[in-house]
Design a protein around this ligand. Structure first.
Ligand SMILES: Cc1cc2nc3c(=O)[nH]c(=O)nc-3n(C[C@H](O)[C@H](O)[C@H](O)COP(=O)(O)O)c2cc1C
Length: 344
């Protein structure tokens, strides 16, 4: 898949997830392989306008992460355009516009999914951002505000006309939140309406499901969110780079240890705040030590705990042979043939 001057290979996209897809997690997924595109957590365009200095202190992206997108939200075209200019100045290789977030603090300000209820305003935002920057602009949408009010298709057409280079479709309405099943047919309708690449999104957990989505909808790529939390190896497994199945505890702890190290290296937060955020992130690895994790106060404590669980497999050992830090054991059966998940 081509987006602007970037070749997205494989066409597998780590979904933006606030509180999770920080630089450390994005790097971790990249190290484990199989992910072609990553995105930051959503950033408020208004916050950038009011207090540039403060908002900038949360940025953790770097131009070297390309291909990657910095996601912005907001309902005012000029503020969004200004925010896009700023993040591009700071090195953003692509800008993604959030039109799917339904949480009140985003929607109340006219951003996120609120724009799906006002196509004129949504188009004005997209147009302003596309005109403001030279880098590729992409958009992430839901099907509409409600299932009955499906606006994703007319909006996708308008966005393409404005110069948007790719669109990700979470196949639920904003009203649904995460409830119920995604309706993949909206992905197919968007795909038929535009000629820019479409990433299908919603409840993918296995390569078989992803292939089924592609067959049913014709989408050119997949976006995966929750299935990657506590399992950043999922992309490498889909790409045939890693053995299938649930990795053994030591391996999971080794990956969690790498997650910690990358957080120490890249987090713009204080150690206190970063460790609080890490507690939730590390608990996703299902290490059987939830009580210890909720009490973590420092990087040192986290390191000692994870070193113990990884059975003495230190970071140096993992780095030396990161793709397969340990030989597969019983529950972790190796795949027969590497398979490339790039849709044709
Ligand atoms: C914890 C969490 C945070 C999220 N934050 C964002 C966000 O910042 N921007 C966004 O566009 N979507 C966000 N999403 C939605 C995901 O990008 C994705 O569309 C959704 O989880 C459906 O994909 P999945 O079924 O693969 O998880 C978030 C989802 C979760 C679970």
């Amino acid at each position: 898949m081509i987006i602007g001057s970037y070749c997205i290979k494989p066409a597998t996209y780590l979904a933006p997830m606030a509180g999770h897809t920080n630089r450390a997690f994005r790097e971790l997924c990249r190290e484990l392989g199989g992910v072609g595109l990553v995105c930051t957590e959503l950033v408020s365009s208004q916050a950038l306008e009011y207090s540039r200095q403060r908002a900038m202190s949360f940025f953790d992206f770097d131009a070297s992460e390309a291909p990657m997108a910095v996601q912005l939200f907001g309902g005012d075209p000029q503020t969004m355009a200004e925010a896009a200019r700023l993040v591009v100045e700071l090195g953003a290789p692509m800008v993604d516009i959030n039109m799917g977030c339904w949480v009140p603090k985003v929607v109340k300000k006219g951003g996120g999914a609120a724009l799906l209820g006002d196509l004129c305003q949504a188009t004005a935002v997209v147009e302003a951002v596309c005109q403001a920057v030279q880098v590729p602009v992409t958009v992430k949408v839901r099907s509409g505000l409600t299932a009955a009010q499906e606006t994703a298709v007319p909006f996708a057409r308008a966005a393409e006309q404005c110069g948007v280079r790719a669109i990700s479709v979470h196949a639920r309405s904003a009203e649904q939140g995460f409830a119920g099943l995604p309706d993949w047919s909206v992905i197919a309708r968007v795909r038929q309406a535009v000629s820019i690449p479409v990433f299908g999104n919603g409840d993918l957990t296995t390569l078989a499901e992803a292939r089924q989505m592609q067959q049913q909808t014709g989408c050119q790529g997949w976006m995966v969110g929750r299935a990657a939390l506590g399992a950043p190896w999922i992309f490498g497994q889909w790409a045939g780079l890693l053995p299938e199945g649930v990795p053994p505890l030591e391996w999971r702890a080794g990956v969690a240890l790498r997650h910690l190290e990358l957080t120490e290296q890249f987090s713009p937060l204080t150690e206190f705040k970063a460790v609080r955020e890490l507690r939730g992130q590390l608990s996703r690895y299902d290490l059987g030590v939830r009580d210890s994790l909720v009490r973590l106060e420092s990087y040192g404590q986290a390191r000692r705990l994870l070193e113990r669980l990884s059975g003495g497999v230190g970071l140096q050992d993992l780095r030396g042979n990161w793709r397969l830090p340990r030989p597969p054991v019983q529950e972790f059966a190796a795949t027969e043939q590497p398979q490339c998940p790039v849709p044709p």
